[in-house]
Design a binder for this molecule. Structure first.
Ligand code: TRH
Length: 393
């Protein structure tokens, strides 16, 4: 029977995205990007369910942490207060997305099954370069008792995955920012002084387990000046030990070749500009490493720690596929994550990495365009959803 494509049963025009903030900012950081992108670039009516509005406000100051429902940047933000609550089929949108396998309210799932046109149901998984991801990407998972099927959708680094998330205008905005020489003014607006702007500018965003004191000592002894720009609250203990004073935006101190300057924790849209403005970026988790790749600059990844050092497997899988990687970059990443086989000579490691920066920068630009060619994560998800809808029996 020929499917009437003019009026697909499921128009894919409404969407619920459920985000449970586990810790840090990555869950809400990623979900907030995806929600805005689906609304702005695909004209979808998006409702973002978030349990922790306080973490959300850290990356988006306009958030009202007391509001049950609010409109932000064209997205309806629903405070997700728990697993109770009554739902009917009328509450269910065309697409339902769970982020990182967060459990959505049981009554909501029951209402999904009652909807005449079943929603397309996704579980968005975390980013990994490990091979097994390709075999699991888009796998269906039929509900054990209801007539519903959930699909696992993975971000990734090739066309056998969902690709990486990027906004349609991201590269154009980056090019304009750089070509119009906006970096100096942007950094100056964050308190970065002209001498610091002349130094090698390194942004630092890492977990507390990273060996920051060892890195600072290597930078201090370096042959050329380094300006380390660290957003407030990041690596607090090590930064305050270097500063000799409380960590707060505007604090800075110079010792040897190293100046550490504390920046404000900037709104998410400004974080991209920080990455574009620096020569080398230390990033962490999942969202900032993706944004570091779109910055076209060398980066060092502090990976989210997991039991049994599973994060080392994830790190090595990425270093294996990351084309621009040189031995110095691989070693610096392993040393930064406690994954080195041998004792780390941080001064030698830094000298080798610094010598590679010109080649790494060129490679980062080439990698950026290779990743763009895989298509954007949300566009790929919607293409998959449309195929499901058209092929639905
Ligand atoms: O904050 P994170 O460590 O989040 C982590 C990871 O996502 C990890 O994979 C996940 O399992 C864990 O949460 C629960 O790192 P990430 O992913 O880089 O997210 C940080 C967000 O904060 C990102 O969207 C960028 C944003 N950010 C700002 O908006 N302003 C800033 O000044 C800084 C430094 C970051």
């Amino acid at each position: 029977m020929h499917q009437d494509l003019s009026a697909p049963a499921n128009p894919l025009k409404t969407l619920d995205l459920f985000c449970r903030v586990v810790d840090n900012y990555g869950d809400i950081g990623i979900c907030w990007r995806l929600a805005r992108q689906l609304a702005h670039e695909h004209g979808i009516a998006v409702r973002l369910w978030v349990d922790d509005l306080k973490s959300f406000r850290r990356i988006w100051p306009e958030v009202d942490t007391e509001a049950d429902v609010q409109q932000l940047a064209g997205v309806t933000v629903q405070h997700w207060r728990g697993q109770d609550g009554a739902f009917t089929a009328a509450d269910i949108p065309d697409i339902v997305i769970e982020f990182f396998g967060c459990e959505i309210p049981p009554a909501y799932v029951e209402a999904m099954a009652q909807r005449a046109v079943k929603p397309v149901w996704f579980n968005l998984e975390g980013l990994s370069a490990e091979q097994w991801v390709e075999g699991c990407h888009t796998l269906p998972s039929p509900h054990r008792s209801l007539k519903l099927t959930k699909y696992f959708f993975f971000p990734g680094f090739n066309e056998r995955t969902g690709g990486l998330s990027f906004e349609a205008d991201l590269e154009a905005r980056r090019q304009a920012f750089l070509q119009q020489g906006q970096a100096a003014a942007f950094l100056s607006g964050l308190g970065v002084t002209p001498p610091e702007q002349e130094s090698l500018k390194v942004s630092l965003f890492c977990y507390d387990y990273a060996p920051v004191p060892e890195l600072f000592a290597a930078w201090q002894a370096a042959s050329a000046p380094v300006a380390c720009l660290v957003p407030d609250s990041v690596a607090r203990e090590a930064v305050e030990a270097f500063l000799g004073s409380p960590m707060q935006p505007g604090a800075s101190f110079t010792r040897g070749a190293l100046t550490v300057r504390v920046l404000p924790f900037v709104p998410q849209t400004d974080y991209d500009k920080l990455l574009w403005s620096c020569d080398l970026n230390f990033v962490r988790g999942e969202d900032s490493i993706v944004r570091a790749q779109w910055a076209g600059k060398p980066f060092i990844w502090n990976i989210y720690k997991q039991d049994k050092n599973l994060h080392h497997t994830k790190l090595n899988a990425f270093l294996k596929i990351y084309d621009p990687a040189t031995p110095a970059l691989v070693e610096a990443n392993r040393a930064w994550n406690g994954a080195s086989q041998a004792d780390v000579d941080w001064q030698a490691s830094w000298q080798a990495l610094r010598a590679d920066l010109p080649a790494l920068t060129q490679g980062a630009e080439q990698w950026l365009h290779k990743m763009l060619a895989n298509g954007d994560f949300m566009a790929n998800l919607l293409t998959f959803a449309r195929r499901l809808v058209v092929e639905a029996p």
